[in-house]
Design a protein around this ligand. Sequence first.
Ligand SMILES: CC(C)(COP(=O)(O)OP(=O)(O)OC[C@H]1O[C@@H](n2cnc3c(N)ncnc32)[C@H](O)[C@@H]1OP(=O)(O)O)[C@@H](O)C(=O)NCCC(=O)NCCS
Length: 386
Amino acid sequence: MSTPATTPTWRLVEPPRADRLDVPEAWAHHGVAALERAVALTDLGHDDFAPRAVDLLVDDLHQEHLRRCRLVAVVDDGAASPRVVGHGDLTLPVTDNRHLAVVRVAVHPSYRRRGIGSAIADRLRRVALTEGRTTVFAEVELADEPAADAPDALAPAEGPGRVSADLPGMRLARRAGLGLEIVARRSVLDVPLPDDVVDRFVADAAAHAGDAYRLHTWQDPVPEEWVDQLAALEQRLTEDEPNGGLALETERWDGPRIRGEEAKRAERSQGALVTAAEHVATGTLAGMTLLVWDADRPELTEQESTVVLPEHRGHRLGMLLKATNLREHTRLRPATRRISTWNNETNAPMLAINVALGFRPAGGSAELQAPLSRWTSLSRPAPTAG
Ligand SMILES: CC(C)(COP(=O)(O)OP(=O)(O)OC[C@H]1O[C@@H](n2cnc3c(N)ncnc32)[C@H](O)[C@@H]1OP(=O)(O)O)[C@@H](O)C(=O)NCCC(=O)NCCS
């Protein structure tokens, strides 16, 4: 662990705006991406989810649904641009969930325990208050879960899963007054699965679903005839996904929001593969599943949304959709070695499908929340020299 500095050598600044990455003003985008990568490698042992500079840029350029307020902690060490040693952002939903402020704070491992994280959290807290938000969310990623009888193991308010109360992120969040609501499991599937295994999953599930459903598979963009129904499915997912006691309201999705997500994926050089099930008798999309990858990371793909409408559940559509999409993904992306996904530990039906497909637990996240009135300032007196 690094020795705490007695004199602060860092300062907090709002990063400059940039509309592309190859300009000098984009130093903060590059700096935050490098910092998040260092944090992920140290704390988790992999950087599968560390945002790239382009991810940060695209989020900044498209704030119609999620507004972002960013701060960076920098040191001036004589280089052409300041060096980013910490950062924080506050995500403020605009279209729905306008009560929420979602906070993220990260500090470079060699600059921790100097008050940087607390200072960033305090500044973001003031923004959340000014914005009139009433609930704060935070997420702490876990490399693994502690044993249930470990002395520092913390149980969530709802559902299974455990988190070490001693993780730096958990210490900061709990000092700030946030409570652990649920634990999310990250799972990884090593791919490619043998062809006969995937074929068997598809065939078994198809036998249960029968001929009432017809599958459609596409890459971005979604065909115009399905865009509104796809939006309805995305919205339904936010309504139905078990989230324990997290104060989440249903997100509002429509065709333009789907098109906006596609445009952002294109700007980030991401590919997307959807398989959807049409209920033949009514022409309705009964369910869908979505895989997303970064073009420049052939080894990794993310399993994102999967949803089946309540009136179509119980026909193995979840398995049919996922296995069919996986089979097509193997054809398109043969170099991929792992598919990663997140599920709340309270989401038994989705976890059951993933476990059956061969996904194995690979860490997770603690989902924390508090009423904003209980988000406590962490300010401490400035350290005195000598
Ligand atoms: C969590 C995280 C942001 C904390 O950053 P940090 O800069 O070390 O935070 P602080 O220095 O303000 O506080 C950390 C500890 O140092 C202590 N500290 C702060 N200033 C200090 C000083 N001058 N001397 C000694 N200790 C000090 C704090 O009291 C706190 O102690 P605690 O852990 O016992 O409660 C950092 O560990 C991190 O990036 N973790 C990974 C990302 C994450 O989990 N983020 C949180 C969820 S959004």
